[in-house]
Design a binder for this molecule. Sequence first.
Ligand SMILES: Nc1nc2c(ncn2[C@@H]2O[C@H](COP(=O)(O)OP(=O)(O)OP(=O)(O)O)[C@@H](O)[C@H]2O)c(=O)[nH]1
Ligand SMILES: [Mg+2]
Length: 408
Amino acid sequence: MRYSVIVGVVGKTNVGKSTFFSAATLLDVKIENRPFVTTEPNVGIAYVRRRCAHVELGLPACNPRNSVCISGYRFIPIKLYDVPGLIKGAHKGRGLGNKFLDELRQADVLLHVVDMSGSTDEEGNPVRPGYYDPLEEVYTIEEEINEWFYSIIAKDWDKLSRGLDVVPWDEAVSRIHRRVAGLSIRREHVVEALRVAKLESTKPGSWREEELRLFARKLREISKPMVIVANKMDIPEAEDNLKRAMKSLEGRVIVPTSSLYELALRKAAKSSLIRYVPGDPNFEVVDLSKLTEKQRQVLERIRGFMRKYGGTGVQRALDTAIFDVLGMVVVYPVENPTRLSDKDGNVLPDAYLVRRGTTALEVAELVHTELAKGFIAAQIVNRNRKVGADYRVQDGDVIRIISALARG
Ligand SMILES: Nc1nc2c(ncn2[C@@H]2O[C@H](COP(=O)(O)OP(=O)(O)OP(=O)(O)O)[C@@H](O)[C@H]2O)c(=O)[nH]1
Ligand SMILES: [Mg+2]
């Protein structure tokens, strides 16, 4: 299976990264209330949630293959990484250092989990809620992540940059791009970073450290944007901190969560104690008499939280990262435009997550290289339109590729 998006879960140590990861993937990983519990990255499959096209098109059902459809929502797989925690000075080797972040070279977006309750100190040790300022945490950890990125770019920069001043600007950009290609960075990211850093058409060979740092920071922000996961919102002290964060962390995307509650719900649903669709604002108890008094109390507390925040926030954090921040769209390739199915009659079998701006030809390539080679046109079935190779697909498009070369 191919995953079109890689999401990295990063943050200070002991803030709930592995809890978030476990809630999103239902994988059992080590979770404890002390620093540096995770020592090796965890990787798993999580899902983003979108209203399924079968509902939008008024069909009774679908037969998903590469994704799942639950209660009219299509859940599309993405790859999720949970990495060891950071502390201030990690780039100088403090704590577990930051070398493990290299696992995130391929990440498209980062979820920065923050302990919004302030119940862990600078080093991740448990303290009374409200003791530590989560705003400090946001700045400190962003700095560590930017340092990691800078160190990758700064490596061998002298050698590379010398040659850049004697070639045309376009070629210089291409060479910089090749240098950073292993970081899942596209050429337009480089162009945009140079533009916002006001370094266009300058001489990279003459950049001082300051300019290289600025370039690296902008490139990180553009190529690996971040969503702040304001975690542990179930602890009362977190609420005031969140309000402050919303005010002073302007320009950042913040999603309030309780990973602890989401994990409890997913486990309860797995044991058939409740019915819960991830991302829903509520859940349903299957049989009240099967619950202990303690379980009932916990579930009621969770229900109260969800009423206040519209859910636990875990699914929303993933959806925000993929749909709002990366601006990805979902398309449904089909072979039979009348039945909206593949050749075996499966209705809307595949949901593809693609970048906004992806063309019909690129979708054909994703489905099968042969289809793309013989590309004639595409039919956007739900809009009743015939389009060419350059058509940029829209969210929810059901697309049939008309090709001279049939699928092998
Ligand atoms: N109250 C509350 N506690 C949480 C929440 N999420 C995680 N925790 C608790 O925070 C502690 C640390 O959780 P982990 O998931 O291990 O944290 P981590 O960020 O992965 O930590 P390291 O891997 O050690 O860096 C555990 O005791 C969790 O139960 C939450 O949303 N609310
Ligand atoms: Mg962990």
